[in-house]
Design a protein around this ligand. Structure first.
Ligand code: ADP
Ligand code: MG
Length: 216
């Protein structure tokens, strides 16, 4: 059961009107448990650790947070979402595009390994507001000077436990070094082993920890 002081529906959240209207059009009315617990703090700009299973609505939780503060007239990368695999990155980008339908001219770019570099470099030259990708390929683009993360305001580590399981710790550290210190960081993980706790302690600032036992 959600706490009684948690919001129950999207329309009670202090989100921009176009985002709220789009949620209504999408048929999203009631908040899932993780959304109810995490979204108020995410929208306020606080760092949040969210522990919840797949299918609990985490993408909508961090997606609304980063879209809410995004300034579409500033054509630079303002949000970076790191995912363990290309499939997950594609899934996140798809959900973000749905949530962002009300924001005109927004550019969401996916940068994943296993895809040719050429088109990604071409897209980066055109610019983007949001980059979703896998750590290895993001680091490649950073090293080659194709990608500037110096203006990122929101960093999302999605399925962080899987990223660590896949050995991305050192790559994550090198990506973090390219980000501004002053930013909002949101970390999501299905499990919370000690390695994730250590990562969160290093990377997040005074985070709120939200734990949701099961999807339904
Ligand atoms: P997770 O990242 O936790 O696995 P997702 O954010 O991908 O979960 O959400 C799972 C599915 O539930 C998606 O298809 C999404 O569109 C849908 N969904 C998320 N939140 C809501 C909501 N509040 N109301 C209705 N559908 C939702
Ligand atoms: Mg997810």
């Amino acid at each position: 059961m959600p706490d009684s002081d948690h919001p129950r529906d999207f329309q009670s959240l202090p989100l921009q009107q176009p985002l709220l209207k789009n949620l209504e059009d999408l048929g999203y009315t009631r908040l899932t448990e993780i959304q109810a617990a995490a979204l108020p703090s995410i929208v306020e700009g606080r760092d949040v650790i969210g522990q919840a299973k797949t299918g609990s609505g985490k993408t909508v939780a961090f997606g609304l947070g980063l879209l809410h503060k995004l300034q579409v007239e500033q054509f630079r990368v303002q949000a970076l979402v790191l995912c363990p695999t290309r499939e997950l990155a594609d899934q996140v980008a798809r959900e973000l595009r749905k949530l962002a339908r009300a924001i005109h001219n927004i550019k969401i770019l996916t940068l994943c390994g296993g895809m040719p570099f050429g088109p990604q470099i071409g897209s980066l030259r055109h610019g983007a507001h949001i980059v979703v990708g896998t750590p290895g390929r993001i680091e490649d683009h950073l090293r080659k000077g194709n990608l500037d993360l110096g203006e990122v305001q929101t960093l999302v580590l999605d399925e962080a436990d899987r990223m660590l399981d896949m050995g991305f710790q050192a790559v994550l550290d090198r990506i973090l070094a390219a980000l501004p210190q002053r930013r909002q960081t949101l970390l999501f993980s299905a499990t919370y082993p000690r390695t994730i706790d250590a990562l969160a302690t290093r990377v997040l600032r005074d985070p709120l920890k939200v734990e949701v036992a099961a999807a339904h």
